[in-house]
Design a protein around this ligand. Structure first.
Ligand code: PFF
Length: 454
């Protein structure tokens, strides 16, 4: 069966696909607003440390499982631990990315709408100083967000149905380099605005008094989300990497790109926020409320330039959301194709139908269904809370325990060092093994408890 599976064309294709999964709304939307809310440069320092010491080993653990098994999440557990309870981890990690995809697609849909707005009327300031785009009214209206969610998910289905090589690989190969070019252009514009230097200072001058336990837990949680950990997407994509490729090289490449992109996004957004005289702790409304306000404000003096930057910005968001969403879509498709013998086209349709329905309910939970509550939260909030605070960390913990305590050390070492051929990897293996067996599980339990009690 392994021989018949489609694989990525090479190391670059694999890194671009994995980076495509990692780089998304988490980098452009969540990272800057968390930096703003949780303490600027101090947060960035903790974030860097948790990416390297915690998330990289977890990323590698997931990648090792997929690469070794050459199968999607459920099949990997069946292959590496046949007939054991680990199959439940396989099942959990088929379902959790589909829950994330459902609400992620709603936000992806909003970005499509905002791209359309920036291309058509643009963003203008009203006489009372408010922006022409009213985010609150938009998301509570039922039809347009639903239509945009359908368009976004339909786009994902179209890419995934074309296959691993002609769909996913091709899309990432074009989109990922474009994303880097676009975000650098936006950063240059942002840095050139009068007053931008206050934003730069905010990002580089740490205030160590802001390093609190909850800031540390937030940074670790953000690195989890940003690297798509604990839900089987990294595992599934790694199963499409050729057996002879080394997992450490791919992992370091992906984590490096993800970090770099988040930092550039920070330098693209914060200087503009400061230049417009806005508080950096605006929270989740940063992209859809604060930035349109900034575009409108800048547009008063340079309408053409600010309009063009707004278009580039929303193109970046839409593309980044697509490359992440297709990785979640693929997890469900791989399960149906490999374990249930369904054709790729049919599997795509089934995943589309299930995630469309849940996503539609999430979308309506801002308006007509806002009264339906789960533990005091709307359906959208509940799905987000459940996945980012529990399912991702829980899945990550089980993956780490599986590699660190269930897989034979020799098999893990073999994957890590490409069968003992890489001397450098052999030299750092013990450090990796220590981080994986002791540090990562402990840190995940700490994040888990902090989220639970905070
Ligand atoms: N890493 C993505 C982002 O930063 O936007 C989000 C994500 C993608 C989470 C895929 C989970 C996942 F399985």
């Amino acid at each position: 069966m392994a021989g018949r599976r489609e694989l990525f064309g090479g190391r670059t294709a694999a890194i671009l696909a994995l980076a495509g999964s990692a780089i998304g709304l988490g980098n452009i939307w969540r990272f800057p607003y968390m930096v703003g809310q949780t303490g600027g440069a101090a947060f960035i320092i903790i974030y860097l440390a948790s990416c390297l010491l915690l998330s990289l080993p977890i990323f590698l653990a997931e990648a090792i499982i997929g690469h070794r098994a050459q199968a999607g999440t459920f099949g990997a557990m069946e292959r590496l631990a046949p007939g054991t309870k680990w199959k439940w981890l396989g099942l959990l990690t088929v379902l959790s990315p589909l829950v994330i995809l459902s609400y992620y697609s709603v936000v992806g849909g909003w970005s499509i709408d905002y791209l359309w707005r920036s291309l058509s009327a643009g963003f203008r300031l009203g006489a009372d100083g408010s922006v022409s785009s009213d985010f609150g009214r938009f998301i509570t209206s039922p039809w347009v967000p639903l239509l945009c969610h359908t368009l976004f998910l339909g786009g994902c289905a179209w890419i995934v149905s074309a296959g691993v090589k002609s769909g996913i690989e091709k899309f990432n190969k074009v989109t990922m380099p474009l994303l880097f070019v676009l975000i650098v252009i936006i950063m240059v514009y942002s840095l050139s605005l009068p007053g931008a230097s206050a934003g730069v200072e905010y990002l580089v001058k740490p205030d160590f008094s802001r390093i609190t336990p909850s800031a540390v837990a937030a940074a670790m949680g953000q690195s989890f989300f940003s690297l798509s950990l604990g839900v089987g997407t990294i595992l599934t994509y790694s199963s499409y990497i050729h057996e002879k490729e080394n997992i450490l090289v791919t992992g370091v490449g992906t984590v490096g790109f993800d970090l770099l992109f988040a930092l550039i996004a920070g330098f693209a957004i914060m200087p503009a926020v400061f230049a417009a005289g806005i508080e950096p702790g605006a929270g989740p409304g940063l992209i859809f409320e604060t930035l349109p306000y900034i575009f409108a404000k800048m547009g008063a003096s340079a309408p053409w330039l600010s309009g063009a930057v707004a278009v580039l910005f929303f193109v970046t968001i839409v593309c980044a959301a697509f490359t992440s969403a297709i990785s979640m879509f693929e997890v469900g498709v791989a399960y149906l194709v490999e374990q249930r013998g369904v054709s790729r086209r049919r599997a795509t349709l089934l995943v589309f139908a299930a995630t469309w329905l849940l996503g539609a309910l999430c979308s309506l939970s801002f308006g007509p269904l806002s009264g339906v509550r789960f533990f005091g939260r709307t359906l959208f909030e509940f799905c987000d809370f459940l996945t980012s605070n529990f399912l991702m960390t829980f899945g990550g913990l089980l993956f780490v325990l599986f590699v660190g305590w269930k897989m034979p050390r020799a098999a893990v070492r073999d994957e890590f060092t490409s069968g003992g051929t890489s001397r450098f990897n052999a030299a750092v293996f013990d450090a990796f093994w220590f981080l994986l067996r002791y540090v990562a599980p402990l840190a995940i339990v700490v994040i888990f408890l902090t989220n639970f009690f905070a």
